[in-house]
Design a protein. Structure first.
Length: 276
């Protein structure tokens, strides 16, 4: 199986602006040796390593890890999409081994910035090159993101963490409408990831189930991709719990062949990974 969304970091690198010492579970180094035994126990063979800092230096750091870590099948990196030299920087990374996609941290920005002409021009360059694009947003960003997607036909994109709805409360109509609108965009995929961290420390499968059901109905099994969001998920659950939760909830909806696609081949196809 493929875990299409996990992170590594070294705190002393100093560019993780979202991280602070009071986040006890996360404020330490996480690397391949921490994850590999948990992957083996859960039946996961490969991962996609995703950026966690808004710097090219961190992308280079992740590519260095990937080069010496067999189970990392690809890296989703970061670039400044409003920089004048964005096309040149994009071409630079397209040529790097194991670089498989791009993720700007849109959740940290005002939704209005998604309409910024510089961002839209950069998004068009991403689409023109066929680069996989990870969409990291909160629900408030969804209307602007839907507009951007319609203005950028052919963008090869995937929504991370089902856009981080607040799962401690009933489904919000605005989030549900945003998911339906995104799912109507041809080819757009969605990661079933980041669930437990949005559902509270006392999360239960019953609390998360309605959100997974809505996303599964909207996107269908051909466009869903599993990701653990490790080690961020350790705020609320172990790696084994996250894998089991995802499999159990989706298996209530989908059969074995569809589950194989969600847990492996959809992500492999989306990121154009070699078979492993």
């Amino acid at each position: 199986m493929l875990d299409a969304h996990q992170h590594f970091w070294t705190v002393s690198r100093g560019d993780y602006g979202w991280m602070s010492p009071d986040q006890v579970a996360l404020y330490r180094d996480f690397g391949p040796d921490d994850l590999w035994p948990q992957m083996q126990a859960a039946g996961i063979a490969r991962t996609v390593l995703v950026q966690a800092a808004a710097t090219e230096a961190e992308t280079d750091f992740l590519l260095d890890i990937a080069a010496r870590t067999d189970f990392v099948a690809g890296v989703v990196g970061w670039l400044d999409m409003r920089a004048d030299d964005f096309p040149a920087r994009l071409d630079h990374y397209i040529g790097r081994p194991k670089w498989v996609g791009l993720r700007p941290m849109l959740q940290d920005h005002d939704p209005a910035e998604i309409a910024d002409p510089r961002f839209r021009r950069a998004l068009a360059e991403v689409a023109r090159r066929g680069v996989p694009f990870d969409i990291l947003t909160f629900p408030r960003h969804l209307p602007a993101m839907v507009d951007a997607l319609h203005a950028t036909p052919g963008l090869h994109a995937i929504l991370d963490h089902i856009s981080k709805p607040d799962m401690t409360r009933p489904i919000a109509p605005d989030w549900a409408a945003g998911i339906e609108a995104l799912a109507a965009v041809p080819g757009l995929h969605c990661k079933i990831s980041g669930l437990v961290t949005e559902a509270g420390a006392d999360w239960t499968p019953a609390r998360i189930r309605p959100f997974v059901e809505l996303v599964a109905r909207a996107f269908g099994p051909g466009r869903l991709v599993f990701g653990s969001d490790w080690p961020v998920c350790t705020i609320a659950a172990t790696y084994a719990q996250v894998v089991a939760l995802t499999r159990d909830l989706l298996a209530e909806i989908h059969g074995p062949d569809e589950m194989h696609a969600i847990m492996q081949t959809n992500g492999q196809r989306f990121y154009r990974l070699p078979r492993g």
